[in-house]
Write a protein that binds this ligand. Sequence first.
Ligand SMILES: [Zn+2]
Length: 236
Amino acid sequence: MNKHLEQLIEISNLDKDIDALEPKIELKRSELDKTIRSKESKNLQSLQLEEEKKDLKLQVSRNDQTLKDINAKLENIHKKISEVRSERELKALNVEEEIAKEQCTQANIEIERLDKELDHKTDLQKSLQSDINELDKIIKSLEGKVNEEIQIIKDEQQKIFSQKQKLIVKMDQKLIGFYEKVRKWAKNSSVVPVRKQACGGCFIRINDRVYTEIIQSNDIITCPHCGRILYIEETK
Ligand SMILES: [Zn+2]
């Protein structure tokens, strides 16, 4: 095979190796990101509960006020009863008293219900807080570990990159320029094998004339359909 082509294949393999490490970095980060997001979501839930508790407390204080009003009303009724003059008047006051007492009972039931709900929300917050503390610990330990692991992958990338640089200086600079241009759009399929007389990048069949040229010529041949650099895989 053409020596230039061999070097190009090697370069493109090195580029593939460098790129293949990217998802590994992403994966390491995603583990940490997921934990951070989970903590943020729990924080948000806790804040939401705090808002709901504020609303409940407001409702409790409204009911407290209602109770005070009813008690004042009851006192007033009792005073009137002590001064009552007729049976009819007494009956009317008794009815009024019953209604006020019933309102009192209702307000108390409501306060009890609200208090229970408040307790429940406080319990939920406590459980969230303990989750958050747990996640905090995980995040702290992950941060160090993830950064270390990412550095290892980046070092590996750097190693391949310098290997590529060493090769590049020995190569035909025009050819490298051409390869980089193709790589801009074809990424890791810039240099592809011909399989079953079809381009390994766009998979369109190559006509006999170009096919013969690829096999025989000592030049760098590109796919007439997509422009990728082609080579014939050597059968072992
Ligand atoms: Zn093609």
